[in-house]
Design a protein around this ligand. Structure first.
Ligand SMILES: Nc1ncnc2c1ncn2[C@@H]1O[C@H](COP(=O)(O)OP(=O)(O)OP(=O)(O)O)[C@@H](O)[C@H]1O
Ligand SMILES: [Mg+2]
Length: 221
């Protein structure tokens, strides 16, 4: 199995503060990772580095074939085409219908309209949102919007999905729909990295748990 992520002696943080120190780990293609840790421990900080929004303060971080310390802006944009994200500050586009929002990655990838529509219909049905296809994000509940955001992240079958607290504010039904969608994506071979406060109960597929405590990473399972 090839490695999607290799980190060696990483130091991550902000100008005046180190958040993660001396972190070494690798993540292989197709693995399912839960990144856990208390509030403020650095989960979002790590995900932002994995998406290239932030650069390491020290150490080595490779995503795919790219050294994230040295990656150019154009290569970063290229790399991101293979990464699906569910981040709090990456909301659905408010002037677009749900259908158009979730179809966007397919349009960018140059998929033909008929094929794109079929895929959109299939996934909207899977998360019980068919009846909201023509609605705008503000007309959906938080849980419904999040289900649409997760479809947008997986619809183009990226190499890796990064999700930050994707079930944080959801009721049990939406949380289960969202986790089922990540499970489905993982079964297609997509690497999934989810930051969360709590591991889901009765999770049905094998996973790893990387835990942050005292600025260090630990492998819990
Ligand atoms: N832009 C920033 N500049 C300076 N410090 C920051 C910045 N963003 C986050 N931090 C600090 O980095 C630390 C880790 O924050 P991070 O958001 O990664 O935590 P988290 O584990 O995701 O927490 P939560 O579970 O609450 O989302 C916190 O102490 C936070 O205050
Ligand atoms: Mg966070």
């Amino acid at each position: 199995m090839s490695k999607v992520i290799t980190a060696k002696n990483l130091k991550l943080g902000y100008k005046n503060e180190d958040i993660i120190i001396d972190a070494s780990f690798s993540i292989k293609t197709g693995e399912f990772i839960f990144l856990t840790g208390a509030s403020g421990s650095g989960k979002t900080t790590i995900l932002k580095h994995l998406y290239g929004e932030l650069k390491p303060k020290d150490g080595f971080l490779q995503i795919g074939n790219f050294d994230m310390n040295k990656i150019s802006h154009s290569k970063l944009l290229y790399l991101r085409r293979f990464i699906g994200i569910v981040f709090q500050d990456y909301k659905l586009i408010k002037d677009w219908t749900i259908e158009k929002n979730v179809k966007l990655p397919l349009i960018i990838a140059g998929i033909k309209e008929e094929k794109a529509q079929k895929k959109v219909d299939k996934l909207l049905a899977k998360v019980k949102l068919t009846h909201k296809a023509e609605n705008y994000p503000y007309e959906l509940s938080g849980g419904e919007q999040q289900r649409a955001a997760v479809i947008r992240a997986i619809i183009n079958e990226p190499v890796m999905i990064l999700a930050d607290e994707p079930t944080g504010n959801l009721d049990d039904f939406s949380a289960k729909v969202v986790m089922d969608l990540f499970t489905f994506a993982n079964q297609l071979g997509i690497t999934v990295v989810i930051a969360t406060h709590h591991l889901p109960k009765d999770f049905s597929i094998p996973y790893r748990n990387i835990h942050i405590e005292g600025k260090k990473l630990y492998e819990l399972s």
